[in-house]
Design a protein around this ligand. Structure first.
Ligand code: IPD
Length: 285
């Protein structure tokens, strides 16, 4: 499926808006994170507090987007989607890495992407611009189609991200993640059992958006996960591909719920082949 990106001038505006909004929502979730969240985490209320912050950050993003671009659609992890009356649908994750947010582990992100196509259908959409910010460290990844991938740190100048020559799979540091359901985790554990002996090591950082951006920045060599939602991957997808990486599913399919695989071309192919065989062996969930 060919998805037509908007003209370059509009892409620049979309990228700027992604950056501005990700930063603003990032400030909200850090500044207003209740300090006693970690203490409350044994109680069911802790999850509710995180959900409230998720919803508040998403509402902020939706309000700002609707003000700036009233005809665009909106899809987020929380409630409140809007159907598109233009070519663009915004796909946002107000807090990616919610468990890290709950525990105060500084590896969570706001992810904001402008996409074309239908982001509710795997294979029928693609991001055209995106920004992922870790509001605790100040790291900000952003990209737009054809404009390169960039990493900015607080106060520092932007650095263009370009994937170098990858290691072989045996020497690769691979990121992954796990879903929330027991049956999915059993399946993921079976696949991991096949992958782990074939890589240098595995990292489970806890934010898919940051993991995929880490591949773009070279702090992970590759990444794979089953069960990602569009909002987990949308912005990071354009960052890693603009850095020269490949972002796909398995067996010629696009990235989607069944699997996403990210890495530099040669390494990506090696990992995909291993995952394809492992997924086959793992059988049904
Ligand atoms: C989760 C994180 C995690 C990944 C899960 C996602 P959330 O997103 O990205 O790293 O392994 O699959 O659901 O729930 O924190 O927004």
């Amino acid at each position: 499926m060919t998805l037509q990106p908007p003209p370059a001038e509009e892409l620049d505006e979309l990228e700027d808006l992604c950056v501005e909004l990700a930063r603003e929502a990032g400030r909200l979730i850090v500044d207003e994170r209740p300090p006693d969240l970690g203490v409350a985490r044994t109680k069911s209320t802790a999850t509710d507090i995180v959900t409230v912050m998720d919803q508040r950050a998403q509402d902020l993003l939706r309000t700002r987007i609707q003000r700036a671009r009233p005809h665009d659609g909106f899809l987020g992890e929380e409630e409140g989607g809007v159907a598109a009356r233009s070519e663009i649908t915004w796909v946002v994750d107000p807090i990616d890495g919610t468990v890290n947010y709950l525990y105060g582990i500084p590896a969570y992100a706001v992810s904001v992407a402008a996409t074309v196509g239908d982001p509710t259908t795997d294979g029928a959409w693609a991001p055209v611009a995106g920004a992922v910010v870790n509001p605790v460290t100040g790291e900000l990844f952003h990209a737009r189609q054809g404009g390169g991938a960039w990493l900015r740190t607080s106060g520092g100048p932007g650095r263009r991200l370009r994937l170098g020559e990858p290691p072989t799979l045996a020497l690769a540091l691979a990121g992954t993640g796990f879903g929330y359901e027991a049956a999915r985790r059993r399946w993921q554990a079976r696949v991991l059992g096949d992958v782990l002996p074939q890589v240098r090591d595995i990292r489970r950082i806890g934010s898919a958006a940051l993991d995929i951006c880490a591949v773009a920045a070279g702090t992970l060599d590759c990444y794979f996960e089953r069960g990602l939602n569009p909002w987990d991957m949308a912005a990071a997808w354009v960052v890693v591909t603009e850095a020269g990486g490949v972002f796909s599913g398995l067996d010629g399919h696009g990235p989607g719920d069944r699997m996403v695989v990210a890495g530099a071309p040669g390494l990506h192919a090696e990992l995909e082949a291993v995952l394809s065989a492992a997924a086959e062996r793992a059988g049904q969930e």
